[in-house]
Design a protein around this ligand. Structure first.
Ligand code: PMP
Length: 356
């Protein structure tokens, strides 16, 4: 049976990426060695790193004011590393609380300085993003999660502020063109739209660094990573290579405008199907719906298990909602073909015809 992988992350990757990654384990680009057994300071790996950095810069259309780092760890490491590098003990940073991941970032930041929560969607169960808030001019930066993976909301405009923007783009990095130049720091765990787990991409505007008095442990210090070209210690070599393969795939397929076309087509199809079938219910405000993760419910909760069982029987993988949210979550990252979403929608229609 063909499986359709709607996992939220780690998640679907383009088949060509997996094939090339598998080949590189046996023979890395004709070198006769595996990607798993070459030194990170060899010219072979340095070329991987350079191409990965250049690919990110060209996709984001960012210039020399920015540095691109590939660091160990998941995005959770960045919840700590960002304030450790940017926020002095007596200073204040503003944060948006629009879901579970942003909330974790807030808790970590509070270990380093003052945190001001400027918007909090807890009262509406994170089903909409309130964009009408004011950021204190003294605030060091404004942190927000561009796509709330668990709750299924996404920022489709940028926060209206002159405060430096810091964004967790873990679950919608490279889903579409964005004005990346408006951000001071962007981070993303690779394991959704950019590759395999184990590596974080950090894109940072150099001018915001070096402005705090705290002593930063070497391995946590962005400036030291920049000086070392992400090679301060052994980086996650294989995960970086898989990111490079994914970046190449995005570029070869037509770049971010093409990703946007595909993601729009997939999410339109799915949301139209949800809206047209009374048995299902999407609670997220229409203007804040995520193109990456659609979260919805069975109006009659007793139908949830039968629907999820049907999905499983038909090869739809990873569609159970997050454990604290429940319902259904369908993740449609860049590598997800429209045909899989179509098959999923047909299944929804079939289920609705039996239970509607
Ligand atoms: N931020 C977002 C938006 C996420 O979706 C996730 C993971 N799903 C994280 C942060 C945490 O990432 P990691 O597990 O890589 O630490």
């Amino acid at each position: 049976m063909k499986l359709h992988n709607f996992n939220s992350g780690p998640s679907i990757l383009p088949p060509v990426v997996m094939q090339k990654a598998a080949e590189a384990i046996m023979d890395f680009e004709g070198s006769g060695l595996s990607i798993l057994e070459i030194g990170h300071r060899t010219s072979m790996f340095q070329e991987v790193m350079q191409e990965a950095v250049q690919s990110v810069k060209s996709l984001m259309q960012i210039g020399d004011a920015y540095e691109v780092l590939f660091l160990h760890g998941g995005a959770t490491t960045q919840f700590m590393q960002v304030p450790m590098n940017l926020l002095d003990t007596h200073e204040t940073a503003s944060y948006c609380d629009n879901g579970i991941w942003g909330n974790k970032a807030i808790k970590e930041a509070a270990n380093f300085g003052n945190v001001q929560v400027v918007t909090d969607s807890t009262s509406n169960n994170h089903t909409r993003i309130d964009k009408n808030f004011v950021v204190d001019t003294a605030s060091k930066y404004l942190h927000f999660t561009t796509n709330n993976t668990v709750e299924g909301t996404q920022w489709h405009t940028l926060p209206n502020t002159s405060t430096p923007l810091v964004a967790d783009m873990s679950s919608d990095i490279f889903y579409a063109p964005r004005n990346f130049n408006q951000f001071s720091l962007i981070y993303a765990g690779a394991q959704k739209n950019m590759g395999a787990a184990g590596v974080n991409m950090v894109v940072v505007k150099k001018e915001i660094l070096g402005k705090i008095s705290r002593k930063i442990p070497t391995i946590m210090d962005y400036q030291k990573h920049i000086a070392a070209g992400s090679l301060m210690n052994t980086p996650p070599v294989f995960a970086i290579y898989v990111s490079l393969l994914t970046l190449r795939w995005i570029i070869e397929e037509g770049g971010l405008p093409e990703m946007q076309l595909r993601n729009t087509a997939k999410s339109n199809l799915l949301y139209q199907t949800i809206d047209s079938l009374p048995v299902f219910e999407a609670r997220v405000a229409k203007e804040d719906r995520s193109l990456m993760n659609a979260v919805f419910f069975l109006k009659d909760q007793s139908l949830e298990d039968p629907f999820l069982s049907l999905c499983k029987a038909e090869g739809m993988v990873g569609v159970k909602g997050y454990r604290t949210v429940g319902g259904v979550r369908v993740s449609m990252y860049n590598a997800m073909p429209l045909s899989s979403v179509q098959i999923f929608c047909d299944l929804m229609k079939h289920f609705a015809s039996k239970h509607g």
